[in-house]
Design a protein around this ligand. Structure first.
Ligand SMILES: Cc1cc2nc3c(=O)[nH]c(=O)nc-3n(C[C@H](O)[C@H](O)[C@H](O)COP(=O)(O)O)c2cc1C
Length: 209
């Protein structure tokens, strides 16, 4: 039996469950930040994607903790206006998952989850040494949308590990082994690639009117 409903007629938990099962697979922003006192932090955010190419902007949406307080990631970005996105691959999947636990603010998930730091080039938050790709960002803007704050970050610097770079110096998606998120603790590895030929406008005759 089909199910149809207006989001405003049901509990927000049901809307959440439908969104995270219906918008899949989602890329995972693994976001490292630092607070004004120099304490670093890292956590995953799968309400994440590219927003703009020129200027290059990525974004992720941040919900609060159940008690309504900001998560460390949001507090840090609002304080220092910088973050790094580290691409999640099979090699770091379990450690990434571990960083979603709610640690006290003074505990760094880098230490708690045994993640090696690497220095960033243009921002203060460290990046993940084992990440094959990292994007250093400065906060472009933070938009309060309701339950979530949308953080948009302008990319200032990009790191590509040599293991995922083609002879031409391009990022090789087939070597990347990126992981996406489904719902809850479910993830998806890119194991099988499907390729269709590019669609050409001339393949679709324009209507006469
Ligand atoms: C794969 C994955 C994706 C997640 N995506 C989001 C998200 O998009 N938005 C969000 O608010 N929390 C998300 N979470 C939950 C946060 O990672 C979690 O609340 C974390 O404790 C926040 O850490 P922080 O307080 O150090 O910022 C996600 C968790 C996992 C495991």
């Amino acid at each position: 039996m089909p199910v149809e409903f207006r989001p405003s007629d049901v509990e927000s938990r049901k809307v959440y469950r439908t969104l995270v099962s219906g918008v899949v697979p989602r890329p995972i922003g693994w976001i490292s930040t630092i607070d004004a006192d120099g304490n670093d932090n890292i956590a995953p955010f799968s309400f994440f994607n590219v927003a703009c190419v020129d200027p290059p902007i990525i974004h992720f949406a941040h919900g609060t903790h159940a008690d309504g307080t900001l998560k460390d990631t949001a507090r840090n970005i609002l304080e220092t206006e910088e973050f790094v996105h580290n691409v999640v691959t099979g090699e770091v999947l379990e450690r990434m998952h571990g960083t979603s636990a709610t640690y006290p603010s003074e505990v760094s998930e880098f230490d708690a989850c045994e993640i090696e730091r690497a220095p960033s080039e243009t921002v203060v938050p460290p990046r993940v040494a084992d990440a094959k790709v990292s994007f250093e960002c400065t906060l472009d803007r933070a938009l309060e949308l309701g339950s979530h704050i949308l953080f948009l970050g302008e990319i200032q610097y990009i790191h590509l590990d040599d293991s995922v770079v083609t002879d031409e110096g391009e990022l090789d998606i087939f070597e990347l082994d990126a992981v996406g998120r489904l719902a809850a603790g479910q993830y998806l590895e890119l194991k099988e690639f499907l390729e269709l030929p590019s669609v050409k406008d001339e393949d679709f005759p324009k209507s006469e009117d």
